[in-house]
Design a protein around this ligand. Sequence first.
Ligand SMILES: Cc1cc2nc3c(=O)[nH]c(=O)nc-3n(C[C@H](O)[C@H](O)[C@H](O)COP(=O)(O)OP(=O)(O)OC[C@H]3O[C@@H](n4cnc5c(N)ncnc54)[C@H](O)[C@@H]3O)c2cc1C
Length: 579
Amino acid sequence: MAVGGAGVAMERSSEQHLATARNLSTMKSAVASGLGLLPDFPFAYDQWLTHSDGLGTIPSEHHGAEVAVVGAGISGVVAAYELARLGLRPVVYEAGRMGGRLRSERFGAADDVVAELGGMRFPTSGRSFYHYVNQLGLETRPFPNPLTEAAGTTVVDLAGEPLFARTIDDLPAVFREVSDAWDSALEQGARFSEISEAIGLADTDAIKSIWNDLVVQWDDRTFYDFIATSDSFSKLSFRHREIFGQVGFGTGGWDSDFPNTMLEILRVVMSGFEDNQNLIVGGAEQVVRQLWDHPLENPAHWPAGTSLSSLHSGAPRTGVASLMRSDDGTIEVTDRHGNVRNVPAVLSTTQSWLLTTNIDVDETLFSQPHWMALDRTRYMQSSKTFVMVDRPFWNDIDPSTGLGVMGMTLTDRNTRGTYLFDNGPDRPAVMCLTYAWNSDAMKVLPKSAHERARLALDTLEKIYPDVDIASHVIGEPITVSWETDPNFLGAFKGALPGHYRYNRRMFSHFLQDDFPAAERGIFLAGDDVSWTPGWADGAVATALNAVWGITRHFGGSTHPENPGPGDQWEQLAPLQLPE
Ligand SMILES: Cc1cc2nc3c(=O)[nH]c(=O)nc-3n(C[C@H](O)[C@H](O)[C@H](O)COP(=O)(O)OP(=O)(O)OC[C@H]3O[C@@H](n4cnc5c(N)ncnc54)[C@H](O)[C@@H]3O)c2cc1C
């Protein structure tokens, strides 16, 4: 889920607080510059990807064998790309649009101006995702998060009072108190400095020892519980807690995540996902589309110049309608046009609910504990509404403040987060009028794009009575509610207390040696298999796990000098809680 970090910190009222702040900021840089390790399974995926010995080999008799890949989002296309490099023939199926939840919608009248309907800000600590961004040579630049240089002016509007700021120092002291309380809570409740240092040093023993204790301590408890029972927040007023929930820090809107398991929040903060975020110039969907067209690097079996596109005559197949075990042990894949193919392995990357609601899946393909995990997955809802505007008018300076007339806006009103995308002074710009989650997203569910845009503009008018925002709008509004799309049913996983065991079952499903034959050959990857849902990097990690599992399924192996996630499982495996 997309939560913000403790980016607003930072002036302390005592020596002790100053020391803690310096310590935390050093630790955050350590995490950001570290190996992008995740605490549950601190495997260095980016090192596996970049090692000169490659991801492994598959016996030549299996070269050209088909693997069905359900879904052409980032995890499906990454997995297909790597499987093709290993010499297999991925057959990719997509029910909707290539890119999945990396969807960059173009404003009709201006082809290169996009609205990022799904993933839009990518933390640089997400090294596996950036492996592909960099390989494709895509341009990135800092995302205009609140109180960052990239945002210019930020406006925090709470309880009817808009506050203009460039940095935290421009905001009243209460914001620092809230930020300090969050830092202290992390320190006291989750040994933040210690685990951050271990992540920065890639000290996997220390990461595991601290994290395993935290898993036991926090699996059953919510984010709200963490805040409400922390010494630092309980000393402060309820208003402090409200401010924390309503505007958050870094990316905004933390109260939407209050019911989630605290483990999910800790992973995001500890992995540095809330800091140093970039956008992808021209849209994140390009990562998927360009990887599709990109010639396979050093492929086994396939001639130079082969790409996923060329293996598919240009386009993926349509959606999958059913997955059934055949008598000969293969898996029968039937698409929505009734075309059937039998394949030795299938990788499903769709939201897991779709395996019970949209695809007819042979029940024997998964164990009952796995079905339990797939079905119990809980999704967050999310809505975004965008408009194109004639120019980045928000940069006009208000002479009375010396700041922009409008800024990136965090508010307790229904818009919650308004983000401003500047494409240059003489170019149309983009406003994400509102980005909201859960209850706030549900409030606009029945409304049309125009109604949503009107509602958001009315709200912004209350915050900016002197700015005629509507006069700058050109073109049609673009909106999304992921939960109404039958190919998604929700934005991303938001695990609840007690879900750790389910997450572990799904994440470890690529290890199939101990499975009965009836359950082998079907693999899972994607956002909701990941430990860090709502972040594309986590989805990529699960795709790479599946590549390891499928390689093994075909009797292949990794190079001894470059062990993969399955080879390192015993040393790094996520803690197993008693069932
Ligand atoms: C609103 C929102 C904001 C986000 N913000 C960020 C962010 O700022 N930073 C970040 O890193 N991440 C963010 N994410 C998360 C990121 O977008 C996801 O982690 C990532 O895109 C998931 O990729 P995936 O391949 O796992 O799944 P998907 O992209 O969902 O791909 C699965 C594909 O399967 C297809 N499919 C469904 N049913 C079938 C079928 N029957 N047959 C064939 N295909 C089927 C779907 O159409 C879809 O294309 C955000 C997501 C959302 C929704």
